[in-house]
Design a protein around this ligand. Structure first.
Ligand code: HAM
Length: 417
């Protein structure tokens, strides 16, 4: 029997209920802040990711699903969507004016990762990207949207972990100091870090290897190499976060696994499930639009792993609250015809009703309705049809009453509230 591909999974039932609930909450939150949705293709030319996420990043170096298509184009299934959104914004001239562009997306991403808890090869991200905004105030606005949305989902143990990775201009001095530091203890670093120190020294700070993290003790920190404007930007962001009561801590090793960040880089850590884990990440990427062939445009954004958020919701709140609809059970051909037209009126009025169409015995139909968690069974036999009524069984209480057919719609609407 065929199985889903390793690292991918089918979404249905109560897990999907959570996905949809979170998506609804997030869409409402984003629309309140003036963001509009953008949907870009899953397939992009590989260069889009090489030139943005960076060739030295693990994502491009090790984890990309890329292949030659039948027309011999080298394409990749998107491992993230910031690069795709930037590509689309340039292609459609969304950045032609200096007005802010606020965009969001929800969709699947693909990374060929080593399998571990909470990591998938097809996973889902919700992301927000804002263009033509360069101030720390605009970052704070985006972070408030994010924080308040996570609070709306019931998460309370949240901390922003922030850093400034500076601008490309202030990095050479840092690289030099950092390479000199690295040389004093090279033997303690892993093979990957030896490659990273050549290609992109910042990646060394991000190494997951515990020995490398220990060897980093006392390393030069980026914040000491910032130009005055970047330093002021960083200071102002911290000042605003403090004033707004958004909890944050500074992490001088936070550089993130993607090459495009400038100045602010951040993650959100949650201890809602005990051990601290990163829920999401993002930052400023003022050079990326130009790097991908567009104008010089300031930009800031973040993405949340939806799969991780759903796991958190399931563990914190159990199943997503969902009210199963009542079931209408007609008995016999005449009642079924009437039931079809009644249900059609109710559906048109926006009511949820499941219609039993199998023509099975009442006992079977009630067993199914119970299994589906229906609160009510509306039973329509020839007798009820003649009298213009329906027998209504409360499946939880086991009680039964009779409703006049012309009152059912109103009563169902009242029950729904
Ligand atoms: P990222 O940190 O690579 O950033 O991914 C963001 C989030 O996606 C992670 O924090 C995690 O929750 C989730 N995620 C990543 N890989 C997996 C996986 N294999 N399985 C499950 N969840 C995963 C970005 O992708 C940037 N585009 C963020 C950004 C937007 N920066 C600026 N704008």
């Amino acid at each position: 029997m065929a199985q889903s591909v390793k690292g991918t999974r089918d979404l249905f039932g109560s897990e999907l209920d959570w996905f949809q609930r979170i998506e609804d909450t997030v869409r409402r939150a984003f629309h309140r802040h003036g963001y509009s949705e953008i949907r870009t293709p899953i397939l992009e030319e590989i260069e889009v990711f090489k030139r943005s996420v960076g060739e030295s990043s693990d994502i491009v170096h090790k984890e990309m699903y890329d292949f030659l298509d039948k027309g011999k184009r080298h394409v990749a299934m998107r491992p993230e969507n910031t690069a795709g959104v930037v590509r689309a914004a340039i292609q459609h001239q969304l950045l032609a004016t200096s007005d802010p562009q606020l965009l969001y997306y929800i969709g699947p991403m693909f990374r060929y990762e080593r399998m571990q808890a909470g990591r998938y090869r097809q996973f889902w991200q919700i992301g927000a990207e804002s263009f033509q905004v360069s101030t720390p105030e605009s970052e704070a606005e985006s972070l408030v949207m994010l924080y308040d949305f996570l609070r709306e989902l019931g998460l309370s143990q949240l901390t922003f972990s922030i850093n400034s990775v500076g601008t490309p201009e202030c990095r050479p001095a840092f690289h030099e100091a950092f390479r000199a530091f690295f040389r004093t203890r090279e033997a303690e670093f892993c093979e990957d870090c030896h490659r990273r120190i050549e290609e992109n020294p910042l990646r060394v700070l991000d190494c997951k290897n515990a020995r490398c993290q220990a060897a980093l003790e006392g390393h030069p920190v980026l914040v000491d190499f910032l130009d005055p404007a970047s330093l002021e930007h960083h200071r102002r962001l911290k000042e605003i976060l403090t004033a707004l009561g958004l909890p944050f801590e500074e992490n001088p090793r936070l550089v993130r696994g993607l090459d495009y960040y400038t100045r602010t880089a951040f993650e959100v850590l949650s201890t809602d499930l005990g051990a601290q884990s990163a829920l999401l990440g993002g930052g400023r990427y003022d050079g990326l639009v130009k790097q991908l062939g567009g104008p010089q445009v300031a930009a800031f954004g973040w993405s949340i792993g939806l799969d991780r958020l759903v796991t958190l919701m399931q563990q914190l709140h159990g199943k997503a609250p969902r009210q199963a609809p009542p079931v209408l059970i007609p008995l016999g051909p005449a009642a079924t015809l009437k039931a079809l037209s009644l249900a059609r009126t109710w559906w048109a009025a926006g009511l949820d009703v499941i219609l039993e169409t199998r023509g099975v015995k009442l006992k079977n139909a009630l067993t199914t309705a119970n299994r589906q968690g229906a609160p009510l069974a509306l039973i329509l036999g020839d007798g009820e049809l003649e009298q213009g009524v329906v027998a209504v069984k409360d499946l939880a209480a086991g009680t039964q009453e009779t409703w006049a057919l012309d009152t059912v719609q109103e009563r169902l609407a009242d029950r729904r509230g």
